[in-house]
Design a protein around this ligand. Structure first.
Ligand code: 5GP
Ligand code: ZN
Length: 113
């Protein structure tokens, strides 16, 4: 599988892990766009937000619950934060493996970050 995030899950590419369980991995973005910039991904390869359906929705709900927990633990709750999932070319999705960005630690603009 020629997918950077699947390689990170497999441990073939190193990452700074923030959270891991049997279904989900969270790690720090290699090119942070905010003081806190974490990616939360399913271990199962789902190409993008467009592939979310009733079958995998429980997994996506778990990812979002994990994202909220990480934001709390990173101390972002008071100041606020943003959850972003870029889907497709117009949104600038560069890695075709579903991921949710957690962005915080500064005042965010209405651009992606
Ligand atoms: P997208 O642009 O698809 O919404 O987000 C992909 C994100 O993955 C980008 O913010 C990019 O910096 C990050 N990224 C790409 N390759 C790697 C990598 O090898 N390691 C880590 N930690 N982040 C990566
Ligand atoms: Zn993948």
């Amino acid at each position: 599988m020629d997918c950077i995030f699947c390689k990170i899950i497999a441990g073939e590419i190193p990452s700074t892990k923030v959270y891991e369980d049997e279904r989900v991995l969270a790690f720090r973005d290699i090119a942070p766009m905010a003081p806190t910039h974490i990616l939360v991904i399913p271990k199962e390869h789902i190409p993008s937000f467009a592939y979310i359906n009733e079958e995998n929705a429980p997994l996506v709900a778990h990812i979002l619950a994990v994202a909220a927990k990480i934001a709390r633990e990173e101390g972002l709750e008071e100041g606020g934060y943003r959850i972003v999932s870029n889907c497709g070319d117009d949104a600038g999705q560069t890695v075709k493996h579903l991921h949710f960005h957690i962005l915080g630690g500064r005042k965010l603009t209405l651009e992606m970050a």
